[in-house]
Design a protein around this ligand. Structure first.
Ligand SMILES: [Zn+2]
Length: 233
């Protein structure tokens, strides 16, 4: 089956837990968001088929990982939202570089996905998350679009007629801004820590957490240069 030495074994999971937890003593590069803020809901869309690729890009057991500082910022956003009877659900966090490259194959459009050739995604730095709003029972509330809806309806500024959607989006954006995150013009669910410039790409190797790419890729790279430097998805 898979030629990958870690796949379908408990070894990779053990390594992942080590990397995600606190065994790297003083300064782990990445931490599990659930370990820092257990009430945050997690449903990693690239661990299943409900994404633009229509298939998992990393293993189903993948934890939601970010830099420790970013986990603290998420905990703050969660505290703000919980006081109002709501909470965060994380759709994507740290994304292994190879998984991001596969995502680029499906959506080679720098409005929505950062070009790997131009530095890649801040998800691979552990400083960006995709998040939505849930109610006190963890149920997703009405938002402008579903995840990975790469259409104008996913713009940061909601232009539709639904007052509930507008209110929900504003609540999410306000909590995330107060906790230290920027939004992104084209994807209402994407947030980047204002501390992002302190960091670089994650060096802890979690590439084994991603699944191998199908061959050949279903869509060819169209060569569009896009807006390059502004890409952070
Ligand atoms: Zn994102």
């Amino acid at each position: 089956m898979s030629r990958h030495p870690f796949r379908n074994s408990v070894v990779w999971l053990t390594l992942l837990v080590v990397a995600a937890g606190s065994v790297f003593a003083s300064e782990p590069e990445l931490v599990n968001i659930k370990a820092v803020a257990p009430s945050i809901h997690v449903e990693l869309r690239y661990a299943g088929p409900r994404n633009i690729a229509g298939r998992p890009l990393y293993v189903s057991e993948m934890p939601a990982l970010v830099r420790p500082e970013i986990a603290q910022q998420l905990a703050k956003a969660q505290e703000i939202l919980r006081a109002r009877g709501y909470g965060l659900k994380i759709w994507d966090a740290y994304r292994p570089k190879g998984a991001h490259e596969q995502l680029w194959q499906y959506s080679p459009n720098t409005d929505y996905v950062a070009s790997p050739a131009e530095g890649g995604s801040l998800h691979t730095w552990g400083v960006a998350v995709d998040a939505t709003l849930v109610d006190a029972k963890g149920r997703e509330v009405k938002m402008p679009t579903d995840f990975d809806d790469f259409t104008p309806a996913a713009m940061l500024r909601y232009a539709g007629p639904d007052a509930t959607v507008r209110r929900n989006l504003r609540m999410l954006q306000s909590a995330m801004a107060r906790a230290g995150f920027y939004g992104l013009r084209t994807e209402w669910w994407h947030f980047v820590s204002k501390s992002w410039q302190k960091y670089r790409a994650v060096t802890t190797s979690l590439e084994f957490a991603q699944l191998p790419a199908p061959t050949p890729p279903s869509r060819a790279f169209n060569g569009a240069p896009g807006r390059g430097a502004a890409s952070t998805r």
